[in-house]
Design a protein around this ligand. Structure first.
Ligand code: MN
Ligand code: MN
Length: 505
């Protein structure tokens, strides 16, 4: 059985709506490249649709009733949104879940060093990546730094066209004959993912109270970090004359690194030790863009899984007059096993639901358990789209194709469905009816041929409550590469799928 191609059914109105959705999606993807940036942007969007935070609702002593919308973030990295329905919580909710974290490179805690006149930052990759894909391309730095005094600095360098970018160098082909003979996993190794951040040495500024003399000396000694460094370059003859303490070698060795530290101090008021209390993520620089002569696709960093985050969010923002309470859960840490306080394994969602039920005057311990067990969920995550360049790993009857709509994975996992939440036939049947009744184009798939690999999602974790869960999502090409590809038709069908589910499940 072959599934229909969504593109073929669209009239002008569909195309117009799809374009609006995809423009908004691209703008979201350009602005939100980390889980923290996602939380911030989603909360901003949700506020525009009338959502208030749980804390605000509690402070106002607000009693939540049908139609009310509340949200709660956890540590700025996970987020839950609720729209209260007419039926009591214990009848169950309709839940959309997706993850906001994406594969990337994180700076190590002690990252900065200098080697051969270049300043570099050491990284530790996050999630599953082909390391050779991350070299020789423009990279940006996003995240937070907590300074010694506890103040927080938000960092985003490399996205504005006037910003500098960073890079991990690759070996020139002329000298790569040994490298090219290596197995793929060893072509570029994890410890070699060092981010190039500088080449310009600092030269020590001479102390003087006389301004004119200082300026002269600055030029003569080739001194001054930053603003006066141009003068230094013109005075090579006098370089090295300074430093009669016998420290020339040491200074030369660390001068580029010292200059980077001076710039960080000057521009951001951070010092080297501040890296230990930072979360700085290195991601591909540049905006999400249309892909293809026909502009039918989107190319962007982090579509796994923000493509499901954005389409779920858009459906949630447009939902109204809901019978059941609906929730969106956007989580962190899926790419490393959903662990930690902000991952799906955390009690964050359960605790937040208890708070929401309390504010709605419906909290009891048994009521909370019933609400969770009676819920239905789409665990939304990207699926592997069929790639004609690599047909050997796919079984075509059970593979997702770009343009054929939203994808349902009854199960995934590896080595005989291991680690999979295998959705029940009854639930798949119910979901299938909802999709058909709402004219959503959908397909079913597995990730590749049996025993070729596999993957996991957050589905099984919510399954632990006894609720119905199925994996659902949008197909992408080159998943986990710096830039991933999706079809605009699938984005549109994904949003329709989530709207239909919130309304009818
Ligand atoms: Mn994913
Ligand atoms: Mn992934």
């Amino acid at each position: 059985m072959e599934r229909e191609n969504a593109w073929k059914k669209y009239g002008e109105d569909d195309i117009r709506q799809m374009e609006i959705l995809c423009e908004n999606y691209k703008s979201f993807m350009t602005r939100a490249k980390t889980e923290r940036e996602c939380v911030r942007l989603i909360m901003e969007i949700a506020r525009g649709s009338g959502y208030i935070t749980l804390d605000e609702a509690r402070a106002k002593g607000k009693k939540l009733a049908a139609g009310d919308c509340v949200m709660a973030d956890y540590m700025g990295k996970s987020l839950a949104l609720f729209q209260i329905g007419e039926e009591p919580f214990e009848k169950g909710m309709n839940i959309l879940g997706a993850h906001m974290d994406s594969p990337r490179l994180d700076l190590k805690q002690n990252p900065l060093y200098e080697d051969s006149g270049l300043a570099l930052l050491d990284t530790h990759y996050y999630g599953g990546i082909k390391k050779y894909q991350w070299v020789a391309m423009p990279l940006s730095m996003h995240g937070v730094v907590i300074r010694r005094d506890g103040s927080k600095l938000e960092v985003c360098i490399g996205e504005d066209p006037s910003d500098p970018v960073f890079v991990i160098t690759d070996l020139l082909i002329h000298l790569a004959s040994d490298q090219m003979d290596k197995k793929g996993r060893f072509v570029v190794e994890g410890e070699d993912l060092n981010l190039l951040v500088g080449n310009r040495p600092a030269v020590e500024e001479k102390e003087s109270t006389d301004i004119a003399e200082a300026a002269d000396d600055t030029a003569a000694d080739g001194a001054a970090v930053l603003s006066q460094a141009d003068g230094a370059a013109e005075n090579k003859d006098n370089k090295g004359k300074k430093d009669n303490k016998g420290n020339i070698d040491k200074k030369d060795k660390d001068a580029v690194r010292d200059n980077i530290l001076a710039i960080l101090k000057d521009m951001y008021d951070i010092e080297e030790e501040d890296f230990v209390s930072a979360e700085l993520e290195i991601v591909p620089a540049g905006p999400a863009r249309d892909c293809g002569i026909d502009r039918s696709m989107v190319m962007a960093y982090g579509q796994d899984d923000r493509i499901c985050v954005y389409t779920s969010l858009d459906a949630m923002m447009k939902a109204e007059k809901l019978k059941k309470t609906c929730a969106c859960i956007f989580v962190d840490k899926e790419e490393i096993g959903s662990v930690g306080a902000t991952g799906m394994h955390s009690r964050f969602f359960e605790n937040t639901l208890a708070e929401v039920m309390e504010l709605a005057g419906q909290y009891t311990e048994i009521g909370l358990r019933r609400a969770l067990a009676n819920s239905r969920m789409l665990s939304s995550d990207v699926s592997a789209g069929f790639d004609p360049n690599y047909p050997s790993v796919f079984e075509k009857k059970n593979t997702a194709f770009l343009g054929r709509g939203v994808v349902f994975n009854k199960y995934n996992g590896a080595r005989g469905k291991s680690g999979s939440n295998d959705a029940s036939a009854e639930y798949m049947g119910a979901v299938r009816r909802i999709m058909n009744d709402n004219n959503v184009t959908w397909q079913t798939a597995e990730i590749g041929k049996v025993d070729k690999g596999g993957g996991g999602t957050i589905a099984y974790i919510m399954g632990n409550y006894g609720m119905e869960v199925i994996d659902c999502g949008i197909a992408v090409l080159n998943m986990h590469a710096p830039f991933e590809i999706s079809s605009k038709a699938d984005i549109y069908e994904g949003r329709k799928c989530y709207s239909a589910f919130l309304k009818d499940a």
